[in-house]
Design a protein around this ligand. Structure first.
Ligand code: SLL
Length: 152
């Protein structure tokens, strides 16, 4: 294998969650108050599967099968529940890359801040969102992976 000496390439991602209140609507168990989606995606929703092979989301142990492995895009999990908790996100790269998996943490956000920033209460039906931007840096990538990154 040949590495691209002295070269780094960065690829941006967005990860995080949106949540909407169920307001008594059916959705899973009766004590569930929200439906939420945790996701890893491209900044403009572009396909990121050329460098990301799969994403494992480790949910709170109160969930059945808390380790959710998503093998193809969209890399996301939608669930219902009642509480906030930390989600461990493990990103596995294209095996051609030889890169080790990357672990990220996201605090699942269900509840809005009390106000919308203008002194008004948060509108009841408005989804709550919490997203982070990150850049994954590949240092001295293997030449074949470098070619894939450059082509996409
Ligand atoms: C809390 N420390 O007490 C947190 C834990 C866990 C949330 C929150 C489970 C849903 C289900 C669920 O919403 N767990 O049983 O399927 O706030």
């Amino acid at each position: 294998i040949k590495r691209m000496k002295g070269l780094s390439l960065a690829r941006p991602i967005i990860y995080g969650n949106s949540a909407t209140p169920l307001n008594g609507k059916k959705g899973g168990d009766a004590d569930h108050t929200h439906r939420w989606t945790i996701s890893v995606r491209g900044v403009n929703n572009e396909d990121i599967s050329y460098f990301i092979r799969k994403v494992a989301f480790k949910l709170h142990d109160t969930y059945d099968n808390p380790n959710r492995v998503i093998e193809k895009p969209p890399f996301e999990v939608t669930e219902t529940g009642w509480g906030e908790f930390d989600i461990i996100i493990k990103i596995h790269f294209n095996p051609i890359s030889g890169e080790k998996p990357l672990t990220l943490y996201h605090h699942l956000k269900l509840h809005p801040y009390e106000e919308d920033g203008l002194g008004n209460p948060w509108p009841k039906q408005k989804p709550v969102t919490s997203y982070s931007y990150d850049e994954i840096v590949f240092n001295e990538p293997i030449d074949s992976f470098y070619a894939i990154l450059q082509e996409n």
